[in-house]
Design a protein around this ligand. Sequence first.
Ligand SMILES: Cc1ncc(COP(=O)(O)O)c(C=O)c1O
Length: 401
Amino acid sequence: MQSDAHGRTAQLTSKLQGFGSTIFAEMTALAQRTGAINLGQGFPDYDGPPQVLDAAVEAIRSGQNQYPPGPGVADLRTAISEHQQRFWNLVYDPDGEILVTAGATEALAGALLGILEIGDEVIVLEPMYDSYQACIALAGAIARPVTLSPPDYGFDPADLRAAVTARTRMILVNSPHNPTGAVLDDEQLRAIADIAIERNLIVVSDEVYEHIVFDDVRHRSIASLPGMWERTLVISSGGKTFNTTGWKVGWVCGPEPLVSATRAAKQFLTYVSSGPFQPAIAVGLRLPTEYFVELARDLQSKRDRLVTGLRSAGFEVYVPQGTYFVTADIRPLRSDGDGYAFCRELPSLCGVVGIPNVVFYDRTHENLGRHLVRFAFCKRPESIDAAVDRLVSMTSQEARR
Ligand SMILES: Cc1ncc(COP(=O)(O)O)c(C=O)c1O
C-alpha cells in the first residue's frame, strides 16, 4: 500500500491508518518469492491428526456444505463445553455461553466491536498479536499498553494499576503469549483479576496456545480464578491445537450477555464460516488427553532444536515457556540492532524468514522491540535444521569478512 508524504495511505479510513497490511502477509510473500524457509508466520508445515482430517472429508462428502447455524454447529459447541470442563474445569452452557467464530481473530473482533464504546480504553499486554491494536482502533477505542519485559516477559503490577483510568473498560490478556512465549503465572493472573474485579472491568482472554506449554509450566485460564468467570470471555481456536490454521474454526466462551454482544457484531462480519470443518474440530477436541500432551512434547523438542541452533548462529535467545515462537536478540550479529531491516534482508542473505518484533509494540514504544526478531518452530525438524544451517553459515561468513 502506498503512503503520501505524511505517511497516510490513500483511501484508507483514518481508523486504520498505520495498519495498512499485516507484516505476516509481507513476510510470507517474501518467503514465497525468494523460496526462503518461512519461520515467520505461525503455521505448521505438517498436517494435523488424521482423525480430524478424515472427519472434515466425511463432513464434506456427507453434504455439510451449507451455512452452519449462527452460533455454530451444535455438536462442536458441546465438544467445546466438554473440552473447557475437561482441561480447565470451566463450565459453559453450549446454548448461549459458547459461540463459534471464523478463527480466534473473528472472536476477538466480535468481542471488541460488540462490547466497546467509542473512547473506551483497553489495557493490552505489549508486545501483542497484531490484530489487537487494529480491532481496538476499528472499535473507536484506545489501546493502553502494559509492557512485558525480558528476560522472563512478566509485567509489573504497578504498571498495570497505573494504566487503568476512569475510561478503562477492558483488559485484553494473552497467555500463553505471542510473540514472547511467556505464560502468566498465578501471581500475575491474580494481579489482573484483582484490578478487573476492583474496577469492574471485562477481561478478554486469548488462549489459542492453551495446549502448547513446556517443561513444568502449566496454563491456567484467568476465567477460573474466583470472581472472574462472570466477567471473562475466553477465546481459542482449533488452528494451533490441531495444525489446521487454514480452517479458521474459533470460539468464544463466557457469560451470556458478553457472548451475545460478541455475536451481535460477529453476525455482520462473516455471519457463519467453516461449515464442514466445525464437526471435524469437534472430533479433535474429544481426542484422548495423550494427543494434547504429545503436541506439547513434540513442540518442546522443536523449541530446543531451534533455540540451540539460533544460539550457535550467535543470537541471544529468550527461551519460551509456551507457544511456538522464540524471540532472538539480533544485536550480537548486527550492531545497529535494526530488526526490521534484518528481516527484510534475511531471505536474500540466507533464505530464512523471521518477523521483526517491533510490529508487536505500540507505535510509541517501538524502540522496545527494535532489536528483536521472532522465529516460529512449528516446522518439521528438517525445516528447522535447514534454516539453522543457513543462519549459521551466514553468520560464519560474515565473521570471516
Ligand atoms: C495470540 C493469537 N491470537 C489469535 C490468533 C489467530 O487465531 P486464528 O487463526 O484462529 O484466527 C493468533 C494466530 O497466530 C495468535 O497468535
